[in-house]
Design a protein around this ligand. Structure first.
Ligand code: PPS
Length: 294
């Protein structure tokens, strides 16, 4: 298959969630993913801090050895499980070839997660980010990442996002679904805003969850190497190793701003009011609470 025939990818529903059509076609492979009990799953709605927590985890798995973590691009060290594009990429296969203990990335909503991850009682780390900053980040990502459909104007994209007509579907459904599941499974639920506000505190939570105890020196080293400023210039995590016809950083860099509250520079008052009204309806009754700025 030629790139021009698959980029941008059309979206096709899998049990109600819009996904790239090549993933939908290969769905039985994704569903059949064979987890191992010592797999650690990193789950997020896109643009919520996946790359950040992934680099933290790879550094933890390598005892803070920064050079070891530069062995390959982040998307090869920690493959996106469900990403299958025939003849180009196959997350399930890539993971099959990896040695344990594996770090596995997914953006799937909880109801689409392959059953073997539940059966094996794998530990999972979920990172959530406030809906408005995700919308902004996802909009710019749609412009620069050629696999995604053209987002149109910000106004148009916001409407699609609000109503869950984007890749991986509804943000509300995603964050609530994983929140509920953590009652029954070994899921550490983190927030991007907390990681921004207190990176050390959140790193210590992760270490505790993984039952690891690192000396202060390694903890500080991990914090330094996973700060936005350092990750921005690290080619193994800033996605500049992806060919330019797949991701164009001149349009918008993958490591764009890395802050909380950038939505204020994008939402008009009318958009904000409409968004909040819909948000409150969707989030009614849940104990899950977000901070839209810090
Ligand atoms: S993806 O494509 O879904 O895997 O993207 P994801 O990594 O989840 O999210 C990308 C956004 O996270 C920001 N980012 C960071 N923020 C703070 N600190 C660090 N270290 C960091 N690394 C990545 C990145 O800049 C994207 O957010 P925006 O708001 O677009 O800048």
């Amino acid at each position: 298959m030629e790139k021009k025939n698959i980029f941008p990818q059309e979206l096709v529903d899998v049990h109600g969630t819009p996904l790239f059509w090549t993933i939908t076609e290969a769905w039985s492979q994704v569903e059949g993913f064979e987890a191992k009990p010592d797999d650690l799953l990193i789950a997020t709605y896109p643009k919520s801090g996946t790359t950040w927590v992934s680099e933290i985890l790879d550094l933890i798995y390598n005892n803070g050895d920064v050079e070891k973590c530069k062995r390959d691009a982040i998307f090869n060290r920690i493959p996106l499980m469900e990403l299958i594009v025939p003849e180009f990429l196959n997350g399930v296969k890539k993971l099959e070839e990896m040695k344990s203990p594996r770090l596995v990335k997914t953006h799937l909503p909880v109801e689409l997660l392959p059953p073997s991850l539940w059966k094996n009682d794998c530990k999972m780390i979920y990172v959530a980010r406030n809906a408005k900053d995700v919308a902004v980040s996802y909009y710019y990502f749609h412009k620069m990442a050629k696999m995604f459909p053209e987002p149109g104007t910000w106004e148009e994209f916001l409407e699609e996002y609000m109503t869950g007509k984007v890749t991986y579907g509804s943000w509300y459904n995603h964050v609530k679904g994983w929140w509920e599941k953590k009652k029954d499974y070994r899921i550490l639920y983190l927030f991007y805003e907390d990681m921004k506000e207190d990176p050390k505190g959140e790193l210590l939570k992760i270490l505790k969850f993984l039952e690891k105890d690192f000396p202060e020196e390694i903890v500080n080293k991990i914090l330094y190497h996973t700060s936005f400023e350092i990750m921005k210039d690290n080619p193994t995590v800033n996605y500049t190793m992806v060919p330019e016809d797949e991701m164009n950083h001149k349009i918008s860099p993958f490591m764009r701003k890395g802050i909380s509250g950038d939505w204020k520079n994008h939402f008009t008052v009318a958009q904000y009011e409409r968004f909040e009204k819909y948000y409150n309806q969707q989030m009614e009754g849940t104990t899950l609470k977000f901070r839209s700025e810090i």
